[in-house]
Write a protein that binds this ligand. Structure first.
Ligand code: PGA
Length: 249
């Protein structure tokens, strides 16, 4: 992944028809930018639409919002890493705060998902971040370190695996509240030092994205801050014009 990484998380928005309409207006307006990577985390049913629209491109790629860790079998409603790859996903989001807080996903489950992505050749983006209660209780650092270390704990060859981290404070997601560039940067610096501790200088190459109420007006300042290598964007990524402006930041 070429940094900066600009990632759109459509969440439960845009079926294939809306996805096609989005790609038809986003791609020509965006053009080609080989100095960055754009990822579209589409709902599973829209994955092939996004993958086909970006086929052959390295600068805009498709991602899946969640995977299950088994390769195949009796897991109704779930999608495996090989299936996601077959549908055109190159990246899997793991442990988004909505998965953790609405669907009860644990660090142990996130670890299995990261390991499955790595085993089946899918890059993964592990999301970490604290709630407002945890922040106010001064637990942010300890929690983020735990989510990071546990999420990566089931991968044996971490040094040779492609992955990214997204720091998304839960209180900033979809609320209009954004962490200041300085606050976000401080957490990113802590994540970077954990990564260095785990995998040495390879830790410097892992993109660390910020997410939480990013919009066209605040994207540039966040991206300029030290150790912020990209943005993970929900609400402001669903509409093509707004996403063109953020992706071109
Ligand atoms: P938001 O969502 O940009 O709507 O705050 C970010 C995310 O949840 O990835």
């Amino acid at each position: 992944m070429q940094r900066p990484v600009l990632a759109a998380n459509w969440k439960m928005n845009s079926g294939p028809t809306a996805a096609k309409r989005f790609m038809d207006s986003f791609l020509p307006a965006y053009g080609t930018h080989n100095d960055r990577t754009v990822i579209i985390f589409a709902p599973s049913v829209s994955l092939t639409t996004v993958a086909q629209a970006t086929s052959g491109r390295k600068d805009v790629i498709a991602g899946i919002q969640n995977i299950y860790w088994a390769e195949k079998g009796a897991f109704t409603g779930e999608i495996s890493a090989p299936m996601a790859r077959d549908a055109g996903a190159q990246v899997a989001l793991v442990g988004h705060s909505e998965r953790r807080h609405i669907f009860g996903e644990t660090d142990a489950q996130c670890a299995k998902k990261c390991a499955a992505a790595a085993r089946f050749g899918l890059t993964f983006m592990l999301c970490v971040g604290e709630t407002i209660e945890q922040r106010e209780a001064g637990e942010t650092e300890r929690l983020v370190k735990r989510q990071l270390r546990e999420g990566l704990s089931q991968i044996d060859n971490l040094l040779s695996v492609d992955f990214a981290i997204a720091y998304e404070p839960v209180w900033a997601i979809g609320t209009g509240l954004t962490a200041s560039a300085a606050d976000a940067s401080a957490i990113h610096t802590m994540i970077r030092s954990e990564l260095r501790d785990m995998i040495g200088t390879r830790g410097d190459e892992i993109p660390i994205l910020y997410g939480g109420s990013v919009n066209p007006a605040n994207a540039a300042a966040l991206l300029r801050a030290p150790e912020i290598d990209g943005l993970l964007v929900g609400g402001a990524s669903v509409e093509a014009n707004s996403w063109v402006s953020i992706a071109q930041t």
